[in-house]
Design a protein. Sequence first.
Lengths: 308, 441
Amino acid sequence: MSKLLNVSASPHVRSKETTQSIMADVCIAMLPATAFGVFQFGFHALLVLIVTVAACVLSEYVFQKMMKLPLTVSDMSAVVTGMILALNMPANIPLWIPALGGIFAIIVVKQLYGGIGQNFMNPALAGRCFLLISFAGKMSDFAMDGWSGATPLAQLKAGASVDVAAMFIGKIPGTIGEVSVIALLVGGIYLAVKKVISLRIPVTYILTVAVFAFIFGKQDMNYVLAHICGGGLVFGAFFMATDYVTSPITPKGQIVFGVLLGVLTGLFRIFGGSAEGVSYAIIISNLLVPLIERFTLPTAFGKEGKKS
Amino acid sequence: MGLATFKGGVHPYEGKELSENKPTQILMPKGDMVYPMSQHIGAPATPLVKKGDKVLAGQKIGEASGFISANVICSVSGTVKAVEPRRVASGAMVNSVVVENDGEYQRVDGMGTDRDPLKLSKQEIRDIVKEAGIVGLGGAGFPTHVKLTPKDENAIEYVLVNAAECEPYLTSDYRMMLEEPEKLIGGLKVMLQLFEKAKGVIGIENNKPEAIKKIQEMVKDEPRIEVCELQTKYPQGGERSLINAITGRKVNSSMLPADAGCIVDNVDTVIAIYMAVCKTTPLMRRIVTVTGDAIANPQNYNVKIGTNFQELIEAAGGFKSEPEKLIAGGPMMGMALFGLDIPVTKTNSALLCMTKDEVAANEPTPCIRCGKCVSVCPSHIVPVMMMKAALKGDCEKFEKLNGMECVECGSCAFICPAKRPLTQAFKEMRKTVAANRRKKA
């Protein structure tokens, strides 16, 4: 043997899954909702998507180059952030707004805190909330050809009744990616089947919202279903609340997190000033993750009912 | 009822198809034999021979130097060439007896004669096992006579045969179950003779249907023995996972299996007990799977302990392509070797030769907190948090997170998408914590 042998500690094999393959799976899972959004809202929606993703990827690349950090653009996490942010935009938004949001998400929320794995809030959502506060009017202008622009949840809050079937398919005004529940579910199921996400967070989140709406809203099936299908709840539950970095890693913690999200979302929607509340519920819950983890550590095998 | 199993675990590529249908071949050594005095957990044995002494096959050449220690038996006849430190698979230099093999295999008097275990007392059986130098052949090398001597033998309700063979690539236990099942069952009966209240259960993963069928057929008239079919999942053959899967009981790091009423031994160990008790043959051989994509003819060998690894490679037709990594044992818990000039010891179940080192091919990247390590951990602890403590060298935090419950199975490092060296860091921390505890005591 001419070559020296490799030596390392066991295990000597590694699974095929990488950070990049997981992020690619998340992108694939968002494709049905993306395609639906572009199909429904038109070419400008596609432009929003391209600009946001480009802003995220470029700002990560430029920041890491400038700071002489190892480049992590190839892990595709910036693409995921860009896609989530873009899908949270109204289709007719001026392009510089999502671009600014992407830069904010990557530089301020992700890179300044140490890059991938270190951010304490979901970068895309923090970016969205930053834009919501800064450009409230443009960010909530969903008026398109043929639609008044009031989202189903806003109509619901005003006391009107809504068409749940249309909401399930996505024939409603809203942000590019949040409207079609069926397209989002296809993506969510893909992620669960590929074991990228566990269903603990999305299921407890959605169930809690349903229960909350039933108790504190109206005891009406149509009303409860509208709360589930509207306001980007399905999008948030499957794609944003399940963000690895900003959700608990402990199984029990994930359930606590899901319930907390549901309660906050319900509070914001039913008792708050705005009709929606998914984004704020998620970023507030993100902040509580370390605390939730601390109190939900699993019991070590064989340590049940015993004091070490 | 579903298959018995535990919570957690991973499914690495099995690789067993390379050697599972290859009947065991006897390998006769040609070169010098090396017998390290420490092939077990516990105090090293004391050499009983010196340079120039004539030795016989079956002769005791190393004497156990304490209760938790084991004898070392010579597997060939010849002349002692040296008693000196030699390199072993772990990389350490261990005091060893080197024997020049005369190729005659002259045995000590009376070896190999039949003996009826029913005529032996319990103490006689334990003494025979101790004298034969038997240790856990699955990898840990815990002296078997110690296992067979629990504080209260009436508290033992299960004698479990670990036939899971969950490590990828390994097929030695499988071959033994197909080729020498009567010895396995004979050995288990001897063990049950020691523990009158116990039931014997042979736990086999369901990726070995032929072995399950064969053993089931053979034990159908044995009232005290049954086969338990296990789900194929790593680390199903870990002692704690196996006990949990079969009995539902849980053993933690501060307990012995006996505390949960269990005695666990793997297939080759039980066969060694049979050979020692019923055939008056001490532990001189073991079954080694020589396999991997770098080996010309993957094979299972019946090898005399002390044989040089190089001879195993030659017997298997040499390398068909250049290996990048050689591993003593399986890919999940085996030890990487930096050379082949080392002897087969009691605990070497395999020699795995890989053309590609997946560890070197995967650069670690930042943790993304996916939590996969948490869901696969068979000890139900939180590797991602333990890693943070390990990187800071924070022993206190590591212990608080139950780091000492880690069994070093490697599942977390295997599954990690960021390819972080979790298990490696935990091994280091566990050693440090254990050393600190000893200092305090």
